[in-house]
Unconditional design. Structure first.
Length: 176
């Protein structure tokens, strides 16, 4: 098991980037009334055929050269199932992929979310050519950050600009 859900997010988003995604959406929802935490990551990358979609769920399979195991997706699936939740992967070759996992908020083996602010910041600044949408919903309160909107508002100022990074740090501190 990975120690934090942010590690799963980083791993799956890295897979999306490797799959040539240009638009990635990360959604986290905490529903305390129903005791469910849901995580979904959707991309517009190259996708997978059904055979590959099954293989990537096997810990003894890896698409990365030089590695005989690929633990990211199987660990996320295992964590979801261990904590009384569910996992699904939908994908189509040439149309991207969506990975969703749910977890019981009350399960003692549910890992903490981790440093979500840092994860979001690293993904945005480190991959500024990609358009991200981050959604974080806790019960009825929702925070949405869309880098496409940010890029339009910045009018060509790069997301890697130090002033933009400082703004992002403060903005995320206030909202996450």
């Amino acid at each position: 098991m990975m120690e934090e859900l942010c590690s799963h997010i980083m791993d799956i988003v890295t897979n999306s980037i490797t799959a040539k995604a240009k638009h990635i959406e990360v959604s986290i929802s905490e529903d305390h009334k129903n005791g469910i935490l849901a995580l979904c990551i959707k991309d517009d990358g190259v996708g997978m055929d059904s055979d590959m979609a099954q293989k990537v769920q096997d810990p003894f399979f890896s698409t990365k050269t030089g590695r005989k195991v690929g633990l990211g997706i199987p660990l996320l699936k295992g964590t979801a199932e261990t904590t009384g939740g569910s996992f699904y992967l939908t994908t189509e070759l040439g149309r991207g992929a969506e990975i969703c996992a749910s977890f019981s908020l009350n399960h003692p083996d549910l890992p903490p979310i981790g440093k979500l602010k840092d994860t979001v910041l690293v993904l945005i600044v480190g991959n500024s050519e990609i358009d991200f949408i981050f959604r974080y919903k806790v019960d009825e309160k929702e925070f949405v950050l869309d880098t496409t909107v940010m890029k339009d508002l910045l009018g060509g100022i790069p997301l890697k600009n130090p002033e933009v990074i400082n703004f992002l740090i403060n903005y995320l501190d206030e909202n996450l």
